[in-house]
Design a protein around this ligand. Sequence first.
Ligand SMILES: [Zn+2]
Ligand SMILES: [Zn+2]
Length: 141
Amino acid sequence: MQQPRDIARELSRRGYRLTPQRTMILSIIEDSDTHINAEEIYAQVVARYPRVNISTVYRTLELLKQLGMIYEIDLGGGRVGYHPEDKGHHHHLICRKCGAVIDINESALFSVKAILLQAFNFNADLKHLAIYGLCEKCNKE
Ligand SMILES: [Zn+2]
Ligand SMILES: [Zn+2]
């Protein structure tokens, strides 16, 4: 986990201030074990800062995403979740029929990364992907 002062330094280096709300949003994401979504984050923030608007949460998520501190993942069906950067090294297999999400290790796509590098000289960021298809059960139906 990144220390708040490291994050503060990184933000200020890029011309942003580490406000209490930004700190709190980042630590909520750090503490979450799942793909926490914006509404869940907002519910926790508003419990402590009742005047915070949900658009502040969305803007902060956008900023943290641009700074590479968090990953956003579209899990289908309007489910968008967030991870801190250091927990984002895995991929998700998402069933487009039943919505099941299967987590796989980052290393599962190392060979794809190698192929892209070899064939296209393209160094792909394959750290946190959502791959859609059919799960074992739905594929049999
Ligand atoms: Zn994930
Ligand atoms: Zn399925």
